[in-house]
Design a protein. Structure first.
Length: 225
């Protein structure tokens, strides 16, 4: 296996999850006593930890208190999510299953690269039966900066036999942050217009390829294999 494709979750593989947002709000209310929402800040492409820090700051929580209780808040969030999974109605973006099947068939190693905490990301994958595609990744629980999440995913791929060479890591995402994180790790960046950014904005942000969505399996395969 000498190709690695890393996929963002929200707005790339799936539409954002309602229960995930609820878990975030629940954790901040329980641990910090504030009514904060993910949407209080521009959360596009950010890790759950970083979104929490930004929201808490916005609500006037002091830095030392944020730091002291953040691990606990993330734990509460994960527990709430797994407890409430049954309420979850995940929607897969167009073309995803066909593309993942095709990449797997071609022997491309697949991984996640997401700001979601690891247990939440993997709960989502299992819920959809996508754990047959994704066994590892770089997650929001690995750090706050997205480029570090890509690095963590590549490191885990290496443990599974992947050998990094020039242009054999492909990062899929829907935001300029996904692009810069991919570039920082010398990955080829493939972006989709299924999030909040137009293809024009993504191109301007330096994406190597822009697609309306993931339906054009052949065109995407041509980039990777
Ligand atoms: Mg995204």
């Amino acid at each position: 296996m000498n190709k690695l494709a890393l996929f963002d979750i929200d707005h790339t593989l799936l539409k954002p999850s309602k229960v995930h947002h609820e878990s975030f709000e629940y954790a901040l209310r329980e641990v910090y006593g504030i009514k904060g929402k993910m949407h209080d800040v521009n959360a596009h492409g950010l890790s759950d930890r970083l979104i929490a820090i930004k929201v808490l700051k916005m609500h006037g929580v002091k830095n030392n208190l944020i730091r002291k209780n953040l691990d606990k808040a993330m734990k509460v969030m994960q527990e709430y999510y797994s407890k409430n999974m049954r309420k979850e109605k995940l929607i897969v973006e167009p073309g995803v299953k066909k593309l993942l099947d095709a990449l797997q068939k071609k022997g491309v190693m697949l991984g996640l690269i997401t700001g979601n905490l690891q247990s939440i990301a993997m709960d989502k994958m299992r819920h959809l039966g996508f754990d047959k595609y994704f066994k590892f990744g770089g997650f929001g629980s690995d750090g706050t900066k997205r480029k570090d999440l890509v690095k963590a995913a590549i490191k885990r791929a290496k443990l599974c036999g992947f050998k990094k060479k020039i242009k054999n890591v492909f990062v899929f995402g829907d935001t300029p942050v996904d692009i810069s994180a991919g570039k920082a790790n010398k990955a080829v960046t493939l972006t989709v217009g299924t999030g909040h950014y137009s293809l024009f904005r993504l191109k301007k942000a330096g994406a190597d390829f822009e697609f309306r969505d993931l339906t054009d399996t052949k065109k995407i395969l041509d980039v990777i294999v």
